[in-house]
Design a protein around this ligand. Structure first.
Ligand code: EPZ
Length: 430
């Protein structure tokens, strides 16, 4: 089983190129099947989640041809099947975007019901409520969600919670409905806007994405397009925090600094220097971090997908910090692993109370999920000694070449696949 072996202590220094946004790509790849023409999509991150999504759309008959590592040609012309089975949904919850896409295009879809996951219960009641408002019948049959309609009609839908998934799914379902759909209390994340922009280049009429009211005027058909996915806000933020933890100097390149504002602001509170230019952000950290408090919130608030990364940084700060997780109820599972590295953190419900320590020490730990796994890697890069991280497959779901990018910044990290390789790493790194 693959593991990351990390020897901490080197400050990360240099420049790193950020890839395309995974969570935008997942919505866009699903949207691409909504036309029979060809879409050419560029800047798709080559990570496990996007590759599973490509397999899922291929499994129903869509044409999928990789042009290069990050570019793919997709056409929904030959789709024969409207069923996405459990194999895909088990691997990525976001295959439920194919519910909205298939329902919107063919007026029928059967997708396996997603279960719970490592970051807590994740209901999809808002997606279902929206599909019903558009005129679909939705039922659960043998573990599948079956959504069908004779026709879909625009509706006024008020989301009870701000949900990225429901906002994207309802844009997909309504984009070819008759009349206008208004989504109120919509999610404003950059990846929601990117999916809307992609649909608009396919001929959709979506206005207001990025605000909390989105207006979708149904069109009769969508056409092919060429599109480049936006940079990944969370990959960028993870490298920015890696600089902070290791007292490094890292420039994240190919980013949209506006998308990183809540992250940059917190790094400044922690005592880091943050310099923005047109498409890059540089983070310089020279001394022990300050403590602070943070609460995760929908965009433009501090992202829940950056909560583990800021927590591992605050674990090494001066004083006591409080982190409140307001989006998912079970996103502190990694704290037990961090405690094995010497952190002093008490979790009460959705709050972590962190007493900063002066150092972490290397240990054998496991990545419990994608973002927590990445956060543990950056904690390991700041720790004394060697850390071995299991279950790296979670990290590979969303970070392309994570260890190679960290190596290029001077991090001592290797992907090892056997006890022998691990021993070699230990010998080599002393
Ligand atoms: C998206 O998940 C992201 N995934 C997650 O990123 C991210 O953590 C999350 O948004 C929040 O930003 C993708 O984009 C593929 P939500 P999603 O619907 O859409 C509740 C990562 O690490 N809710 O915005 O599933 C829900 O329980 C991943 O890249 C309902 O109650 O999240 C949660 O408390 C992990 N009913 C809140 O809303 C619903 O019908 C926000 O969830 C839908 C959601």
């Amino acid at each position: 089983m693959e593991q990351y072996a990390v020897k901490g202590g080197n400050p990360l220094v240099g420049e790193v190129e950020i890839g395309g946004a995974k969570n935008a790509a997942l919505g866009i790849l699903a949207a691409a099947i909504m036309t029979d023409d060809t879409c050419v999509i560029d800047n798709i991150p080559d990570v496990r989640d996007t590759n599973v999504m490509l397999q899922a759309i291929e499994s129903i008959g869509a044409h999928v041809a990789k042009k290069d590592r990050h570019t793919c040609e997709i056409s929904g012309r030959n789709i024969v099947d409207h069923t996405i089975d459990n194999d895909y949904i088990k691997k990525i919850r976001a295959s439920y975007y194919l519910l909205g896409a298939l329902l919107g295009k063919y007026k029928k879809a059967r997708v396996s019901l997603p279960g719970g996951c490592n970051i807590g219960l994740r209901p999809i009641d808002q997606h279902i409520k929206g599909f019903k408002a558009l005129g679909a019948t939705v039922r659960i049959e043998h573990g599948m969600i079956v959504a069908e309609a004779d026709s879909l009609r625009g509706a006024h839908i008020y989301l009870d919670v701000v949900s990225v998934g429901a906002t994207i799914n309802l844009m997909l379902a309504s984009v070819m409905a008759e009349g206008t759909t208004i989504l109120e209390n919509a999610a404003k994340e950059p990846h929601v806007v990117d999916v809307a922009n992609f649909l608009n280049t396919m001929g959709a009429s979506i206005k207001g994405a990025g605000t909390d009211v989105i207006r979708i005027k149904g069109v009769q058909r969508l056409h092919g397009t060429n599109y480049t996915i936006i940079p990944d806000q969370i990959e960028a933020g993870t490298f920015m925090f890696a600089a902070a933890l290791t007292k490094g100097d890292v420039t994240v390149k190919n980013v949209i600094p506006k998308h990183l504002e809540s992250i940059s602001a917190k790094l400044e509170e922690l005592g880091c220097q943050v310099e923005e230019s047109d498409d890059a952000v540089r983070v310089v950290a020279t001394r022990q971090l300050n403590h602070t408090h943070v609460k995760t919130l929908p965009y433009p608030g501090f992202p829940t997908d950056m909560q583990p990364q800021i927590t591992v940084a605050l674990g090494l700060s001066k004083g006591t910090s409080i982190v409140t997780e307001s989006i998912f109820e079970n996103r502190f599972k990694y704290v037990d692993e961090l405690t094995r590295m010497g952190a002093s953190i008490k979790v009460e419900g959705n709050t972590a109370i962190i007493d900063g320590v002066s150092k972490y020490t290397g240990a054998s730990i496991s990545a419990p999920d994608l973002r927590a796994g990445a956060a543990l890697v950056i904690a390991a890069l700041a720790a004394d000694g060697v850390t071995v991280i299991d279950d790296v497959r979670f990290i590979q779901r969303g970070y392309e070449d994570f260890h190679l990018k960290l190596q290029s910044l001077g991090g001592i990290i290797e992907l090892v696949d056997s006890e022998k390789e691990l021993q070699k790493f230990r010998l080599k790194t002393g």
